[in-house]
Design a binder for this molecule. Sequence first.
Ligand SMILES: *[C@@H]1O[C@H](CO)[C@@H](O)[C@H](O)[C@H]1NC(C)=O
Ligand SMILES: *[C@@H]1O[C@H](CO)[C@@H](O)[C@H](O)[C@H]1NC(C)=O
Ligand SMILES: *[C@@H]1O[C@H](CO)[C@@H](O)[C@H](O)[C@H]1NC(C)=O
Ligand SMILES: *[C@@H]1O[C@H](CO)[C@@H](O)[C@H](O)[C@H]1NC(C)=O
Ligand SMILES: *[C@@H]1O[C@H](CO)[C@@H](O)[C@H](O)[C@H]1NC(C)=O
Ligand SMILES: *[C@@H]1O[C@H](CO)[C@@H](O)[C@H](O)[C@H]1NC(C)=O
Ligand SMILES: *[C@@H]1O[C@H](CO)[C@@H](O)[C@H](O)[C@H]1NC(C)=O
Ligand SMILES: *[C@@H]1O[C@H](CO)[C@@H](O)[C@H](O)[C@H]1NC(C)=O
Length: 407
Amino acid sequence: MLLLKVVTGIAAITFSGVFASVNDSQLPSQTVFVDPRSFAVMNPNADFRNDSFTMLFNPTSTTPPFFQVFDGRFLTILGDTPSFREIASNATFAFAHEAPIYNELTDEVFFSSNDGGPLGMSDLNENNVISKISMKEVEAALSVNATGPVNVPITQLNLSDTIQMTNGGTGPYNSSLLLVTSGRGSLPPSIVLVNPLPPYNATVLLDNYFGRQFVSLNDIKVHPTNGKLFFTDVDYGFLNLFRPAPLMPFQVYRFDPDTSAVRVVADGFNKPNGIAFTPDGSTVYVSDTGASGGFLGNNLTLPASIYVFDVDPVTHVFKNRRVLAYADAGVPDGIQLDSDGNIYSGCADGTQVWAPDGTLIGKFFLGMSTAEMIFAGDGRLVILAETKMYLAKIAAKSVPLGGPSGV
Ligand SMILES: *[C@@H]1O[C@H](CO)[C@@H](O)[C@H](O)[C@H]1NC(C)=O
Ligand SMILES: *[C@@H]1O[C@H](CO)[C@@H](O)[C@H](O)[C@H]1NC(C)=O
Ligand SMILES: *[C@@H]1O[C@H](CO)[C@@H](O)[C@H](O)[C@H]1NC(C)=O
Ligand SMILES: *[C@@H]1O[C@H](CO)[C@@H](O)[C@H](O)[C@H]1NC(C)=O
Ligand SMILES: *[C@@H]1O[C@H](CO)[C@@H](O)[C@H](O)[C@H]1NC(C)=O
Ligand SMILES: *[C@@H]1O[C@H](CO)[C@@H](O)[C@H](O)[C@H]1NC(C)=O
Ligand SMILES: *[C@@H]1O[C@H](CO)[C@@H](O)[C@H](O)[C@H]1NC(C)=O
Ligand SMILES: *[C@@H]1O[C@H](CO)[C@@H](O)[C@H](O)[C@H]1NC(C)=O
């Protein structure tokens, strides 16, 4: 076994195989090391968790936000001087749910409010909204207040009625926001491009499968080398009471923006949800949020898992399915990768991070549910936590999300 000792400015990390141990007298601020050896045996009368959504794993009872480290590899992601701050909040409105997109040209992050869920202020009769936050304003506010939460203004966009219940997004793609919508009532789910500049005009790319409506589109990514669009379809519109009962299985599809051809690439999920490709495009991750059932309630025996597939280089079908991870808290929702291929997903306690070998190496622990997050450039991870937004300043670098054209 290879033993390699790496000494950084903040912590001596010893690599033994893949696991990296931690010297916890040298941790950066806001960081707590929870050694897996410290809780492997809890003893018969311990307080075991019997609900993964409401009973979270915080054995040190640390006040969020903080970085919960299980493996020294997470310290490489955090770097020497990480910080983790609240940047916006609205206690009565889940304004920051999914579809985060960083537009570098304007230094803004776009995102959607919760569609149909708690505090989403949207339902069968009311559309959800897309808003943006200026990262320049965030940086300015954080520099004025060095410790406390800050609350930067949120700007709501005025969008075309063709955009109903946005639930996922990526890009910029072709200089536009690339969104998927769940549809609302009889209005169809769709893939839509939106201009990130006023007047925020939109172009619908797809709203049916050979004349049939999709169930309710959930998330989308552009393949980094072949440029095709891959999206998930699942019944959360129905489970949140704003879409009719599903008439198709819950699957992953490929849309070819050059020919408009659409085809299925993966099935067999309970509830396919988040999706992300490795930067070389050879591998794809898809989360299954089966344990989260909307009005049917949570069912802890159903998947709360991330699956890995190889992407067939010719047909683009997802093949050789295997499991990457099972989330200990709620369900893994949206997925993003950093430039080292680590996998970030929103769970019931914040954003969790797995190494490509499937080890849970750490968490951006918030003690509240996170559906999605996005790198706003290298070293800035913006986390959407429904009624709050957070910014973690770390060492990890972003990956391009616009496909081979790079925009
Ligand atoms: C951990 O760090 C402390 C403080 O720098 C140092 O004194 C100690 O020797 C280190 N322990 C190990 C096992 O490296
Ligand atoms: C979970 O544990 C709590 C006590 O900690 C108990 O009240 C509850 O009934 C348990 N629920 C299940 C499903 O076992
Ligand atoms: C929260 O959002 C709602 C809906 O946009 C708005 O009416 C309300 O003023 C906001 N509250 C705060 C404190 O910003
Ligand atoms: C920073 O924010 C905290 C919490 O909101 C507040 O108590 C403190 O007064 C603020 N400090 C400055 C310099 O604004
Ligand atoms: C949306 O429209 C309202 C009313 O016309 C306007 O006041 C607001 O500035 C617009 N928002 C944006 C982001 O353009
Ligand atoms: C918005 O309108 C401009 C000007 O007509 C056009 O060039 C652009 O392609 C449109 N963008 C979208 C996403 O529809
Ligand atoms: C991308 O933008 C170019 C130039 O505006 C346009 O010709 C092309 O159709 C766009 N592609 C898509 C998929 O919208
Ligand atoms: C939970 O899911 C399992 C597997 O599908 C099923 O057998 C069980 O009836 C479900 N439990 C509830 C309470 O719905």
